[in-house]
Design a protein around this ligand. Structure first.
Ligand SMILES: Nc1ncnc2c1ncn2[C@@H]1O[C@H](COP(=O)(O)OP(=O)(O)OP(=O)(O)O)[C@@H](O)[C@H]1O
Ligand SMILES: [Mg+2]
Length: 270
């Protein structure tokens, strides 16, 4: 991690239906960026039903609740020692877990959570944010401060597509930079009677990136706690996840772990 103040990119995963892959993909994005040598913090802001700890088989002493308490009491206590660490081989990144108890979520104020993100981005190249599927006050504030919003969708049932259309249209009304919102299709070749071209026509926009359906690899990853991009088990899904990261960093897929990056992001995103 860098000691100097940097201004890390915030990449948020958002959708308008649940179970589209926000958590799985945000974990893999954090893992791949960390594998490439970036300092990464993954924040689980699915405050009531967060899955990051479960998917990573992570034990954690603290959660976003502790970080918010520190901000609220105006503490100058550094936040980073309170984060959980995920490690696999030589790859590691920090995690802000969701609250341990569902009811804690009611006491967390969006402004305080945003302040946590602001403070953390000064210390990491990337903050990866996992969210819930709703236009809540917290999610809108997270979308605002994000550098990139990955708006994830799947093509399964009509209601999912209707919600994707409403979500995409709503995101466009927020007048963000055109590059900020990236429409990503997950589970692309899952069995469905719905034609992808029809969906593209309804949305009025092509997908920025497409991830294949691979139930077995996804299941195995969650069962073992090893993100797909770090696993020895090669799969088309892992490859496309790496390619997605490559497109976000504008570097393509990097085979070898480079030396620790300097904060080139600062120059681009300041
Ligand atoms: N490309 C994929 N192929 C097959 N299964 C997938 C794929 N992506 C995700 N899944 C599976 O879909 C399920 C939902 O994924 P995930 O929990 O990441 O979705 P989510 O959008 O975070 O859901 P929620 O809104 O409930 O938080 C998981 O069981 C995951 O393993
Ligand atoms: Mg989730």
């Amino acid at each position: 991690m860098n000691d100097e103040q940097i201004n890390g990119a915030i990449i948020t995963f958002f959708s308008t239906s649940s179970a589209v892959g926000k958590t799985l993909i945000s974990i893999n994005m954090a893992s791949e960026l960390a594998r490439q040598g970036y300092s990464v913090c993954l924040a689980d802001f699915d405050l009531q039903f967060g899955d990051v700890k479960n998917y990573l088989h992570l034990q954690a002493e603290h959660s976003i609740t502790t970080l918010c308490d520190i901000i609220k009491t105006n503490g100058q206590h550094p936040l980073t020692p309170l984060l959980a660490t995920y490690s696999y081989g030589h790859v590691s990144f920090q995690v802000v877990p969701a609250p341990a108890k569902l009811e804690e979520a009611y006491n967390l104020e969006p402004e305080t959570i945003i302040e946590v993100v602001r403070r953390l981005r000064r210390q990491y190249d990337y903050i990866i944010v996992d969210t819930t599927s709703m236009f809540s006050v917290l999610n809108l504030a997270l979308l605002d401060i994000s550098t990139i919003v990955t708006f994830l969708g799947i093509v399964d049932f009509i209601p999912t597509i209707k919600n994707m259309k409403i979500g995409n249209d709503t995101l466009r009304t927020l007048n963000y930079d055109a590059n900020k919102i990236r429409l990503v299709l997950n589970r692309s070749d899952a069995k469905t009677r719905i034609n992808l071209q029809d969906v593209v026509r309804i949305l009025g926009e092509n997908f920025y990136h497409i991830l294949p359906n691979d139930f077995e690899s996804a299941r195995q990853s969650i069962a073992t706690g090893v993100p797909l991009v770090l696993s020895d088990h090669d799969s088309a899904l892992a490859r496309e996840l790496r390619n997605l990261v490559g497109r976000y960093t504008n570097k393509g897929y990097m085979e070898d772990t480079p030396t620790k990056s300097s904060s080139w992001l600062t120059k681009i995103f300041n």
